[in-house]
Design a binder for this molecule. Structure first.
Ligand code: SF4
Length: 449
């Protein structure tokens, strides 16, 4: 029987959903009486929460694992765990690749960590990747922030974008009930949290899998309904949500975001390509004209809204002129932030098997040209803040300057200004913007009145 370890370390790769899962798994380990170790080499239990969205993300974990597997040869009671999307994708194969592993668990099993560890401590090597109904988590997550919190609204994704591995590794959509989400948010408000980000791979599809979801063809539990349902929770001052899908971004949702004061005017709506032929090959389910309509409507009702998105270049078969269509969209719309990536063939996805893959050098060249344009446009967008007063929700001390604090505007811009974190954490401070950079701002605090 392995004695129970004392200290744990979690390394998280990838998206906000993984960060939220890691916070919950940390909560499970602390519930088992373990303590966080900042240094992985000071920990008795090491957990890697992994990402497989692109090949380089997947490869990262193997070098980390190699080091700890070696350490285990001299420290046999070290517990080694791989969680997240690589665990789900590789399953048993991971045990063959790294026989020192104790537990391989997919994202759907994050809430079952305690139960799975019982089997490990009983001496078993465990693989948990079967599809399960995700149980509500009662454990108190160990959250990174004391001011802003992630709250899962829907797990998984039913879309079938031809390049994406997410549906294979995170499973079908599972919406939490509005009541469960409201209960968690109310508890967070009681703990002093001020801002909640509602999370989902495809958050706008929220609710369509809930029982009794439709009445005479209208969805009763849509994401817009959820926003109205949780908007009045006392203590919560700001609401955000991610990640949206243009296919489900409705007029009703845009109106709700304009109407509901707590909903921040920041929208993350990936468009992936500016070319309709490529969007069709990606199986995205919308045209670039439809995407532009959504952006235009948001700007009509919320002219100063901040926009961010994801885009892929070098998709199989993408011609120079199709790539230029993407550049044109980026130039026309002017995103506040754009996550850019070169196409990476993923196991189990249709596009990975297509013959018309592009050479790496073409992908790299297009990514560089796109990133150049993105930083120019982001700089232009940032300039609108100069001289303005922005409400900043203070989250932390500036790690580079203890005389400064940092937080975000409603437009999700990271902002720094002079102040003491002890008195300002969790407060919304009006800040006059005196300096702008492509992706962050600096300013002077105005009196809190
Ligand atoms: S919507 Fe498409 S890109 Fe997004 S997670 Fe689902 S399958 Fe992947």
């Amino acid at each position: 029987m392995t004695p129970s370890p004392r200290r744990y370390h979690i390394t998280t790769f990838g998206c906000q959903m993984n960060k939220a899962d890691s916070e919950r798994m940390a909560g499970v380990l602390e519930n088992l009486g373990m303590e966080w170790s900042e240094d992985p080499n000071g920990a008795d239990l090491i957990l890697y929460n992994t990402c497989t969205i692109r090949d380089n993300a997947e490869q990262k974990v193997y070098s980390y694992l190699g080091r700890q597997a070696k350490r285990k040869q001299t420290q046999p009671d070290l517990t080694l765990i791989v969680a997240g999307c690589v665990a789900q994708q590789e399953g048993e194969q991971l045990l063959r690749r790294v026989p020192e592993l104790d537990l391989v668990m997919g994202p759907q099993h994050a809430n079952r960590l305690g139960e799975l560890l019982e089997q490990v401590f009983a001496g078993q090597q465990v693989v948990a990747t079967e599809a399960v109904h995700i149980m509500e988590d009662i454990t108190k997550p160990r959250r990174d922030s004391a001011v802003t919190a992630w709250v899962n609204a829907i797990y998984g994704c039913n879309e079938r974008c031809s390049y994406c591995v997410v549906p294979n590794v995170r499973g079908v959509e599972q919406s939490r009930t509005p009541e469960a989400i409201r209960t968690e948010m109310t508890e967070l408000a009681r703990q002093g949290y001020k801002e909640i980000t509602l999370l989902g791979q495809n958050i706008d599809a929220y609710g369509r899998d809930l029982p009794g979801a439709t009445e005479s063809g209208r969805h009763l539990h849509t994401f817009t309904d959820l926003l109205y349902f949780v908007h009045d929770i006392e203590g919560i001052e700001r609401l955000r949500f991610a990640t949206s899908h243009p296919r489900y971004f409705t007029e009703r949702l845009i109106k709700a975001c304009q109407e509901l004061p707590k909903v921040c005017e920041h929208f993350h709506i990936p468009f992936q390509s500016g070319d309709n032929e490529i969007l069709k090959a990606m199986k995205r389910g919308y045209s670039i004209e439809r995407y532009r309509q959504i952006i235009d409507r948001i700007r009509e009702l919320m002219p100063d809204a901040a926009l961010s998105a994801d885009v892929i270049v070098g998709f199989p078969g993408e011609t120079e002129s199709q790539f230029e269509n993407t550049l044109k969209v980026v130039a026309d719309i002017g995103f506040d932030q754009l996550n850019t990536a070169a196409y990476s063939p993923r196991p189990g996805t249709p596009a990975a098997l297509w013959e018309n893959q592009l050479p790496e050098e073409v992908k790299v060249d297009r990514l560089q040209r796109l990133n150049h344009l993105v930083s120019i446009k982001a700089g232009e967008r940032s300039r609108r803040y100069l001289g303005r007063i922005e409400d900043v929700l203070v989250e932390e001390e500036n790690p580079k300057d203890p005389g400064q604090v940092m937080g975000r505007t409603r437009g999700n811009r990271l902002t720094f200004f002079p102040g003491q974190i002890a008195s300002l954490r969790g407060r919304v401070v009006p800040v006059q913007i005196t300096e702008v950079r492509a992706f962050s701002l600096t300013g002077i605090p105005q009196s809190l009145g």
